[in-house]
Ligand binder design. Structure first.
Ligand code: FAD
Length: 510
């Protein structure tokens, strides 16, 4: 494996993510395309109030809020490929927040008050998802409220999560999220939940669903509700955004697309991992991170607990130095409550495969790794040749400070005059705990409402302080370098422990 240098990481992190690639891998969620999959008008509208680029959950929430809160606003969604063909249609279907377990880390970056606001926002988003699904697509989306069983193989990680929860509760004794978590040890996890090889875990409320069905049905409802004010243009790539600073133009933005030009008063980038393509100043600040999902079938070898639980396992990243593949150490599983099949995601791949916006292929190393890991976690006899039903990849947007960008774009990022350009992107693989309310908050800001009492501005805003200190190319590169260094260290100590154990066994035999 070639050494991972700062220069090489900078090149990878700042590369243009490009437009979403044609012919992406097919997620199992999208195996039966919705009637709206390729929806578009005969020709593009000439001018609208708001153009939203992207058709995932963030775009949906922005459009829904704008249309419901303003009686006359006209909104058009522009999507490069089929409807909901980005991360939202490719994810794990887990509606869950790290919540108070992420509090200490957020507090280090934001301070106690802003960290609490952020954590509470994610709890509220999980609740808002439940309300939205009930309103639009409860049955179709197979939504169910479950217990999240979040497990840690590493005692140090487990301890840190528990300490963070305790710190949140100490700092916020009146919070409604006190006593949300049950802490369980390794024996209980094995005995009660059949999870092998972990040090401990936390159990708390979460949900699971079929994201694509929820998104598509909700778009259908909005199109029916607002036929003269709302349109969706799929297979329409945005190639450039221009601003006309001359005169009093009501529609100062010209949005150049693969199907012609469209004018707008506001433009919203809900393009997640691809944000840097149209906004080059964001390259290296939001990086595309390609993730892997599988569906695996163990038949009746395991009971179907899909309507009760979802699971995740966290371990220290490990590096295979011969290939350069990194096991990132986060695994997430849901079981389909109807079929019992496992929907299992996680990564074991090279840096080049990871920092990629290409979801037309998948990492075979990750798929093989996921087959082994699922069997290990549930103590199953591996079925390497028969268990795999489906595998695909998907592009997330990662930021080095761990928070998305949900704000009006300053000129320093657009290089354009004008105050009508906005962004909601960079959800760090946790969009189902943020996107719905992030989209709502952004849409309300566009309409001029004050959302400061609930919107986590310090975390999501684009203050010059954030842009100059927390959200820089340098910080992104340092973050990845430190991940690799920790992985090398963790791999070495695992190997040392294995050698020591083998030595012990040999001695015992003698
Ligand atoms: C493998 C995987 C597993 C995940 N698992 C989970 C999970 O279980 N739980 C969870 O909370 N989160 C998960 N996530 C993350 C979550 O899916 C995302 O955070 C969330 O879907 C982001 O939604 P979005 O609408 O902002 O972006 P997206 O859904 O990615 O939508 C962006 C859209 O913009 C379009 N686009 C981009 N550029 C252009 C352009 N120039 N012109 C036109 N259109 C453009 C894209 O085609 C895409 O459809 C996972 C993601 C992946 C990839």
């Amino acid at each position: 494996m070639a050494p991972i240098t700062e220069a090489y990481l900078t090149t990878l992190a700042t590369a243009d993510p490009g437009l979403p690639v044609p012919r992406p891998t097919t997620p199992h969620w999208l195996k039966d395309p919705h009637a709206l999959a390729q929806v578009q008008s005969a020709s593009l509208p000439k001018a609208v109030d708001v153009v939203v680029i992207g058709s995932g959950i963030t775009a949906l929430s922005i459009a829904r809020t704008l249309l419901s809160q303003s009686p006359s606003i006209r909104v058009t969604i522009l999507e490069a490929r089929a409807l909901c063909s980005g991360a939202t249609g490719r994810n794990g279907g887990q509606i869950v927040t790290y919540g108070a377990a992420a509090y200490s880390q957020a507090k280090r970056v934001l301070g106690a008050e802003a960290a609490t606001k952020f954590v509470d926002f994610t709890f509220d988003n999980v609740a808002a998802m439940s309300e939205a699904v009930k309103e639009y697509a409860m049955t179709e989306s197979e939504y169910r409220q479950v217990r999240r069983i979040r497990c840690f193989t590493d005692p140090e990680y487990f301890k840190k999560a528990c300490e963070s929860i305790a710190e949140y509760e100490r700092d916020n004794p009146k919070s409604k999220h006190i006593n949300t978590y049950t802490v369980v040890d390794a024996q209980q996890l094995l005995k009660d939940h059949g999870i092998h090889g972990v040090a401990g875990g936390i159990i708390y409320p979460a949900a699971a669903f079929w994201p694509y069905r929820f998104i598509a049905k909700t778009y259908q409802t909005l199109l029916n509700q607002y036929p003269s004010r709302f349109s969706i243009e799929t297979e329409t790539s945005v190639t450039r955004v221009l601003h006309d600073s001359q005169g009093e133009n009501v529609y100062p933005y010209a949005v150049e697309t693969s199907r012609g030009l469209l004018r707008a008063t506001h433009v919203v980038h809900a393009t997640n991992g691809h944000a840097g393509h149209l906004l080059p100043a964001l390259r290296g600040r939001i990086v595309p991170y390609c993730g892997t999902m599988t569906v695996q079938d163990y038949g009746t070898a395991v009971p179907n607990r899909g309507d009760q639980n979802t699971w995740s396992v966290h371990q220290k990243p490990q590096l295979d130095e011969s290939t350069g593949a990194l096991a990132s150490g986060t695994y997430y599983v849901q079981q389909n409550a109807v079929t019992g099949q496992f929907w299992f995601g996680g990564e074991f791949k090279t840096l080049e495969e990871t920092l990629s916006a290409d979801d037309s292929s998948k990492s075979e190393g990750s798929v093989e790794h996921l087959k082994q890991r699922l069997a290990q976690f549930f103590g199953l006899k591996p079925r390497p040749d028969t268990c795999l039903v489906s595998a695909w990849s998907g592009v997330m947007g990662f930021t080095c400070d761990g928070f998305p960008l949900v704000a009006r774009l300053p000129k320093s990022l657009t290089s354009r005059d004008g105050t009508g350009e906005w962004i909601a992107a960079g959800f760090n693989g946790m969009g189902m705990s943020m996107c719905l309310l992030a989209g709502k908050g952004l849409a309300l800001k566009i309409l001029g409402f004050d959302v400061s009492d609930w919107f986590p501005e310090s975390a999501f805003g684009l203050s010059s302080d954030r842009l100059q200190s927390r959200l820089t190319v340098r910080a992104t590169v340092d973050d990845f370098l430190s991940d690799y260094q920790s992985a090398i260290k963790a791999t070495k100590s695992t190997k040392d422990a294995q050698v020591a154990e083998a030595g012990g066994i040999t001695q015992a035999k003698l």
